[in-house]
Write a protein that binds this ligand. Sequence first.
Ligand SMILES: Cc1ncc(COP(=O)(O)O)c(C=O)c1O
Length: 443
Amino acid sequence: MTHVFHRDPRLKYPVAVRGEGPYLLDREGKRYLDASGGAAVSCLGHSDAAVIAAVQRQLQTLPFAHTSFFTNEPMEALADALIARAPKSFDKVYFVSGGSEAMEAALKLARQYFVEKGEPQRAHVIGRRQSYHGNTLGALAVGGNQWRRKQFEPLLIGATHVSPCYAYRGKQPGESDGDYGERLARELEGEFLRLNPQTVIAFVAETVAGATLGAVPPVPGYFKRVRDVCDRYGVLLILDEVMCGMGRCGTLWTFEQEGVVPDLVAVAKGLGAGYQAIGALLVSKQISDTIQQGSGFFQHGHTYIGHAAACAGALAVQKRLHDDGVLARVNPLGQALERRLRHQFGEHPHVGDIRGRGLFRGLELVEDRAKKKPFDPKLRMHARVKRKAMQAGLMCYPMGGTIDGVQGDHVLLAPPFIVNETQLDELVDKLSIAIDTLQEETI
Ligand SMILES: Cc1ncc(COP(=O)(O)O)c(C=O)c1O
């Protein structure tokens, strides 16, 4: 009997009692290799002594001071650390408590920017289908995850959506990456023109699409074309790196790899690495100056923004990434993981696509590989894989509705940056057990 309103009240969850590096242990002593960082959160594993000590120190001196009265040292230091490593156009950081809050702040700040700039007619936000930006109403509206949105549609602001950059299914036979990116950029421009570009606030996208599509990187040049289209019409580019950022794809900012700089970028998950609940919105100088020289006040805020202990934890995470070389592990380990995945599943009859970057990888599951035919959604293959993986002592992040919110299944992998190659072997062995369940189910 539980009084907790669990995510799925029909399930009986094991009780997590302890973390040890990349493993979580339940009350019965069973060990689970965390191959998904929960949901791409725990980039330093579950027992990082330096981060724990930093949070403890902060709690002993100053746990919390409301930001309408004070600033605090860890918040200032964390903002400095993030801005020092961001492109020059960024000047300010707005701290929040998670990814949805970071995206809500982005949407409101983008709107307020245009109001203060004397363009109050700008009212539309464009997102992409099969994207996810959070579960609060604004973020949910901009996201294109049909399954998550459907029953809340009457409450959502009227954002519109264009195609995701999803080469495995979206690219036409014989189409080059360049032509595909160009076609998508033209589709975006078409949406601007349909709405009247003077009324568009922003285009919102995950740099590498995360949980909804399953670690799908953009084709080369896609974001450059998108940036050009946005610039042509004075529309802001908001990138959501809540899941794919903070080193998960091999560089601190994933947009670095695309050769573009957004106007606003949201991060969370890996920022606090699970040791604290924190998110952040990086704000370009142009936007922050416009507000400062205008009303002087961003009309937003939550009680826990800039929480001192959360910022101290996130600052310690940054030190681990940069000073202790943890970030530099991501690309070589990512390649080692990719090699193993391709070796194990490259010819697997039910793995249609293996994709991703760094330690952010996705496998798309199919009934028929040659035809890219998805499984019947009624079979809920993603749920079966998750159940089997947990039985085998592996946390991975399978999802359904990959293609259109109903059809398609994938498995997302986002292991901690501290895993070693033996643990990658364990990951692939256990994942293989979980994925082979598909074979049994289809016989
Ligand atoms: C890309 C992306 N944006 C936003 C969010 C929302 O973050 P949170 O769950 O911390 O509110 C998520 C969460 O999975 C995400 O993956």
